[in-house]
Design a protein around this ligand. Structure first.
Ligand SMILES: [Zn+2]
Ligand SMILES: [Zn+2]
Length: 255
């Protein structure tokens, strides 16, 4: 789609039309990332919002319109998936032609990949009690992850892939703010994942963050519940040529 053919404003964010997955979703041109947002109208739904990311042609797409369609796809795929391999599921989601190269949909991928693998693994023992991960657990994990916005890595120092692992442990431990050990272990799972992601350096790469978070989650599941999930070692990353910020190349273990 050329940048002159601006999409018609509509309140239906799921309105089907061709969208770019790298750079600007509307015209494919370079995106500007601001540390202080400007007020702009979303080109799809017309809502005025604080816009920290928009393109050189002034196209701003709000987080809801950016992610709604792919989020629904990830949810449906997660509910139907038969795999016990979280990285296989994650790679399949990230390779979907409508998956934006960067953005909040990746947060859902982490949580759903681990919960899908756990559901298909079968019953596990959590604090002496048998627990079977269910479809409702997957839906709950996805519901929580939809609340974490894109760019939370830079905005809060908390890439959503990290809390994506924390949400899995929260669901397994049935953590609440009022509980002791369950809340602590949930935060430790998020912390361990965020540390691993931060240690990969920048600029941010959602593919690398998803893989790093899931590998951390797999390690923690083994330590805490003696669950051995398969690990698909990702090498020769398929995405390196497409990265809008520039791939880190040899600095990335998946390159
Ligand atoms: Zn544009
Ligand atoms: Zn919108």
């Amino acid at each position: 789609m050329g940048c002159c053919n601006k999409p018609r404003k509509t309140n239906d964010c799921s309105a089907k039309e061709e969208r770019e997955t790298e750079n600007c979703m509307v015209c494919g041109d370079e995106l500007v990332y601001k540390s202080q947002p400007d007020k702009k109208e979303c080109i799809y739904c017309g809502t005025e919002k604080a816009a920290a990311v928009y393109c050189l042609n002034d196209h701003f797409v709000c987080d809801k319109c950016h992610n709604q369609e792919i989020n629904s796809f990830i949810e449906e795929a997660a509910l139907n998936a038969k795999t016990k391999d979280p990285l296989e599921f994650a790679e399949r989601m990230m390779a979907h032609p409508n998956m934006p190269f960067l953005g909040g949909a990746h947060h859902l991928v982490v949580t759903s990949a681990l919960l899908v693998a756990l559901r298909n693994f079968g019953p596990i023992t959590v604090q002496g009690i048998e627990k079977q991960v269910t479809a409702e657990d997957i839906e709950e994990g996805i519901r929580r992850m939809k609340k974490i916005p894109s760019c939370s890595c830079a905005d809060y120092g908390s890439c959503g892939a990290g809390p994506g692992v924390g949400a899995v442990f929260s669901i397994l431990y049935q953590a609440t703010c009022a509980k002791d050990r369950e809340r602590t272990l949930t935060m430790r799972a998020t912390n361990a994942s965020l540390t691993a992601i931060a240690n990969t350096g920048g600029p941010g790469c959602c593919k690398q963050s998803v893989r790093t978070a899931i590998e951390t989650g797999i390690e923690l599941l083994k330590e805490q519940f003696e669950i051995k999930l398969p690990v698909s070692r990702i090498r020769n990353c398929d995405f390196s040529q497409r990265h809008p910020h520039g791939c880190k190349g040899e600095r990335c273990v998946y390159f």
